[in-house]
Design a protein around this ligand. Structure first.
Ligand code: GLY
Length: 378
C-alpha cells in the first residue's frame, strides 16, 4: 500500500490559533487520524471520552480507538448520538451530559468530538458546561466541519427561536484534521463543505482563490496532494480572524460572507435537508458578490470569475440551480430582517470590494435590497 505509507510519512501541516492562554494547534494531513493518539496524549491528564454519531462510528471509530490505544490513552466511554441537525437540541444535550457524568466524567478528563458540525457543536457545548468546563478536542470528519465549525470555539444547539440560540464560546485544545476521511463523504456534502472553504479565499486571500481555480476539482475529490493544502490555507485565514476577534465584536463577522442570504433561505425552508447549509452558502456568496457589484463596490468581472468557478465545480450559484420549492422575495426579505445580524432595522452585510477583499456594512437600504431580491428570485 504505497499510497498509505506516503501519507503517514508526510509531515502534517500545523497551524496555531493564537489566543493567549487558550491558544491551540490545528494539525492537518492526509491519513493523520493514525497520529491522533500521539497528538492528544500530550494534552490528556485523565480519561478520554469520544462523542460521535452512528454513521461516523460505523466508518471510522475503530481507527480512532486504535490510534488512542496505540498511544496508551485510557478511553472512558464512547457515545454515538443520532446523526442530523435535530440532534442539536436541549434534550440531547441534557442526555449527553448526564450520560457522561454517569460514566464517571471528571474535570481532568477530555472529550473528543469526532464527527461533523452537529457532533462538534453539541459535544463542544457539553464540554463547555459539564462540570463547569472540561477540555475537548475536535476531530472533524466532514469538509464543512474541517474548514469551519471545528475551528474558533463556537459551540451551540438550536431551539424553537432558531439555530445556535443556546451556546458558548469554548475553544478546543486541539483540532486534528485528516483529509482522507473526506473520501467516505457523499459528493453533495463535499460540495457543500467546499463552499465554506472557498469563502475564506473570497474574504481575505485572492491568491488562495486563484489556487482553487486551478486545483479546486482535485480538492473536491479529496486528492491527498491538494486537499490538505486547501484545508490548511482555508483554516489559516479563519484562525487569523478568530485570533483577532474571538467573540465576534467586529472582524470575525466577515466569516459570515454569504450567510445573511444563506440563513434566510434555510430558515424559509425550515432547515430542511433539501438545502444543505453549504449549498446555501455557495449561492449566498455569489449573491453577496452580485449585490456588491450592483452597489458599485466590486468589479462585475470578479462576480463573473466567482460564477465561473462555481459552475466549473457544479456548485449552486443561484437558488434555482437546486431543486427547491418557489421562494418569494418578500419572504426572504422578512427572514433577513429577523436575522440576528439585523439591529434597529439595519442588517449588517458582508460585501466584497473584490475577490479577497470583504468588508462589513450596515449601509444597504431596504429598497435596494428588495429590488435586488426581486431580480434574483424572479
Ligand atoms: N462560522 C463562523 C464563525 O466561526 O465565526
Amino acid at each position: 500500500m504505497p499510497e498509505i505509507a506516503r501519507n503517514l510519512e508526510a509531515e502534517p501541516h500545523r497551524l496555531r490559533v493564537e489566543l493567549g492562554a487558550r491558544a491551540y494547534d490545528i494539525v492537518i494531513g492526509a491519513g493523520i487520524l493514525a497520529r491522533a493518539g500521539a497528538e492528544i496524549k500530550a494534552l490528556a491528564n485523565g480519561r478520554v471520552y469520544i462523542v460521535t454519531d452512528a454513521n461516523v462510528a460505523d466508518q471510522h471509530l475503530r481507527a480512532l480507538r486504535h490510534a488512542l490505544e496505540a498511544a496508551g490513552l485510557e478511553t472512558g466511554w464512547t457515545i454515538a448520538v443520532p446523526p442530523g441537525e435535530h440532534t442539536k437540541c436541549v434534550a440531547e444535550l441534557d442526555w449527553l451530559i448526564l450520560a457522561l457524568l454517569e460514566h464517571g466524567l471528571e474535570r481532568s478528563d477530555l472529550i473528543i468530538a469526532f464527527g461533523g458540525g452537529v457532533v462538534g457543536d453539541l459535544a463542544g457545548l457539553a464540554a463547555a458546561i459539564a462540570l463547569r468546563g472540561v477540555d475537548f478536542v475536535q476531530i472533524p470528519t466532514t469538509l464543512l466541519a474541517q474548514v469551519d465549525s471545528s475551528v474558533g470555539g463556537k459551540t451551540a444547539i438550536d431551539t424553537v427561536f432558531g439555530k445556535n440560540t443556546i451556546g458558548a464560546f469554548h475553544q478546543p485544545r486541539l483540532v486534528v484534521i485528516d483529509t482522507d476521511l473526506l473520501a467516505t463523504l457523499p459528493e453533495r456534502e463535499r460540495r457543500a463543505g467546499y463552499a465554506e472553504l472557498m469563502k475564506h479565499g473570497l474574504i481575505a486571500d485572492e491568491a488562495f482563490f486563484s489556487w482553487l481555480e486551478t486545483h479546486g476539482a482535485a480538492v473536491l475529490a479529496g486528492d491527498p496532494d491538494f486537499a490538505p493544502e486547501a484545508v490548511y490555507r482555508s483554516c489559516a485565514i479563519k484562525a487569523k480572524i478568530v485570533a483577532a476577534d474571538e467573540r465576534e465584536a467586529g472582524e470575525r463577522a466577515l466569516l459570515n460572507l454569504g450567510h445573511t442570504f444563506a440563513h434566510a433561505f434555510e430558515a424559509e425552508l425550515g432547515y430542511s435537508s433539501r438545502l444543505l447549509h453549504g449549498e446555501a452558502v455557495s449561492f449566498g456568496c455569489r449573491m453577496a458578490a452580485a449585490m456588491s457589484a450592483r452597489l458599485g463596490f466590486c468589479p462585475p468581472s470578479d462576480v463573473l470569475r466567482l460564477e465561473r468557478h462555481l459552475d466549473g465545480l457544479g456548485l449552486a450559484r443561484r437558488p434555482r440551480d437546486l431543486d427547491l420549492p418557489p421562494l418569494r422575495p418578500s419572504d426572504i426579505l422578512r427572514q433577513i430582517r429577523r436575522d440576528k445580524k439585523t439591529k434597529a432595522g439595519r442588517t449588517t452585510f458582508v460585501l466584497l470590494k473584490g475577490i479577497g477583499r470583504a468588508f462589513l456594512t450596515r449601509g444597504v437600504d431596504d429598497e435596494a435590497l428588495a429590488a435586488f431580491l426581486q431580480d434574483e428570485l424572479t
